[in-house]
Design a binder for this molecule. Structure first.
Ligand SMILES: [Zn+2]
Length: 117
């Protein structure tokens, strides 16, 4: 009896495992397909492109100009300004961005962080 029980559990375990694998695979493929390949973060200061960084890699970039400091963090494909010493803190309080065309702008520092293709 014990053996029968464990056999039943094993069979349902396999079904469950296969289901999880299939779901994981579908999720993975979905993420790969919907993720815009090669998206980059373009950091511009006073209208000039200062740096372009791939969204694929985690990266931290410190912007230091005469106007002030901004810390830009790229992690898991999203971009965030985590620290800034501007008076309005609009950039620091901005939600993270990840889609092409989205921007975080720091007016006092003339800083534009934009997702580009
Ligand atoms: Zn700011």
């Amino acid at each position: 009896m014990k053996q029968e029980e464990s056999a039943i559990i094993k069979k349902s375990d396999i079904v469950l495992l296969v289901a999880i694998l299939v779901i994981a695979l579908i999720t993975f493929v979905y993420i790969m397909l919907t993720k815009k390949p090669g998206a980059k973060v373009q950091i511009s200061i006073d209208g000039k492109v200062e740096k372009t960084i791939s969204l694929d890699e985690d990266y931290e970039y410190q912007v230091t100009t005469d106007m002030g400091n901004n810390r830009i963090v790229i992690k898991d494909g999203v971009v965030d300004v985590t620290a800034a010493d501007c008076p309005d803190k609009v950039c620091e309080n901005h939600v993270t961005i990840k889609n092409v065309g989205e921007t975080i702008i720091c007016l006092p520092h003339k800083l534009v962080v934009e997702i580009v293709e």
